[in-house]
Design a protein around this ligand. Structure first.
Ligand code: ATP
Length: 227
C-alpha cells in the first residue's frame, strides 16, 4: 500500500475551542490507482491532502507512505521522504516566469543534486508524456492555462514519486481543459504506477477514478466504486 491513513484526527485552534478538520479518517491507496476525494468547501479536503503530504502532523492516527510510517521522523527525514516519494500538483502550478517548460522541470532535479544531462533527459521524457514536446522551450507567458497545469503535473513526477497528491487541478480551467487534465492524471497514474489522491469539489470529470471518497465535516465515507 503506497498511502495508508489510519484513524487520522486533525484539529485547529478555534478561539477557546478546537475545530475538528479531520475526524477518524482512514484511507488506503494502492499503487497504480486513483482515489478522488470530493466534498463541499470547508469539509476537510485540503487538510487531508496536507496530512498525506506529511506537511501537517495530525493530532491522532498514523500516516504511512510507501511502507514508511511518519510518526517519530525528524523534520529532515520528513523532507527527505517528500523529496523521494511524494509528488504534489497544486491548484495553480506557480511556474517561474523566466524559465522554459523544460527548465521548470530540470530545476527540480538540480535541487535534488542530479546531473544536468540526466535531468534534461528526464524533463523531455516527461514533457512528451504530458503532450508538450513542442512547447519544451517556451516560457509560461506563451503557454495556455491547461499547458501550464500539464507542466505542473510533469514537474511533480520528476522524482518518480510513489505517491501523487493533486489539489483541485481544474479550478482555473474550462470544462474541456479540466477534463483533459484529469484524464492525463488518470493515465499517468496507471502508466507510472503512482498511488494518486485527487482532491476536487467537482465530480463531473471523475469517470476514470478507481474510487471516489466523500468527505463531509471532516468524516470520510467508505469509498465506493467509481466505475
Ligand atoms: N490553518 C487553519 N486554522 C484554522 N482552521 C482551519 C485552518 N485550515 C483549515 N481550517 C478549517 O478546517 C476545516 C477544513 O478546511 P479545509 O481547508 O481542509 O477544507 P476544504 O474541503 O479543503 O475546503 P475548500 O474546498 O474550500 O478548499 C474548515 O472548517 C476550515 O475553516
Amino acid at each position: 500500500m503506497s498511502l495508508n491513513l489510519s484513524g487520522i484526527t486533525l484539529t485547529y485552534p478555534d478561539g477557546e475551542h478546537r475545530l475538528t478538520a479531520l475526524d477518524q479518517v482512514s484511507l488506503d491507496v494502492p499503487r497504480g490507482t486513483l482515489t478522488a476525494v470530493i466534498g463541499p468547501s470547508g469539509s476537510g479536503k485540503s487538510s487531508l491532502l496536507a496530512v498525506a503530504a506529511t506537511l501537517v502532523t495530525p493530532d491522532a492516527g498514523t500516516v504511512t507512505v510507501d511502507g514508511v510510517t511518519t510518526a517519530g521522523l525528524s523534520r529532515g527525514e520528513l523532507t527527505e521522504l517528500r523529496r523521494r516519494r511524494i509528488g504534489i500538483v497544486f491548484q495553480q502550478p506557480h511556474l517561474l516566469p523566466s524559465l522554459t517548460a523544460a527548465e521548470q522541470l530540470q530545476l527540480m532535479a538540480r535541487i535534488d543534486g542530479r546531473s544536468p544531462a540526466k535531468a534534461r533527459g528526464r524533463a523531455l521524457e516527461l514533457l512528451a508524456a504530458v503532450g508538450l514536446t513542442a512547447q519544451a522551450g517556451r516560457r509560461p507567458h506563451r503557454l495556455s492555462g491547461g499547458q501550464r497545469q500539464r507542466i505542473g503535473i510533469a514537474r511533480a513526477l520528476m522524482n518518480d514519486p510513489t505517491l501523487l497528491l493533486v489539489d483541485e487541478p481544474t479550478s482555473a480551467l474550462d470544462h474541456e481543459r479540466g477534463a483533459a487534465v484529469v484524464d492525463l492524471i488518470t493515465r499517468l497514474t496507471h502508466e507510472r504506477a503512482t498511488a494518486t489522491v485527487l482532491v476536487t469539489h467537482d465530480r463531473t470529470h471523475l469517470t476514470g477514478a478507481d474510487r471516489i471518497a466523500e468527505v463531509h465535516d471532516g468524516r470520510l465515507t467508505v469509498p465506493v466504486a467509481g466505475r
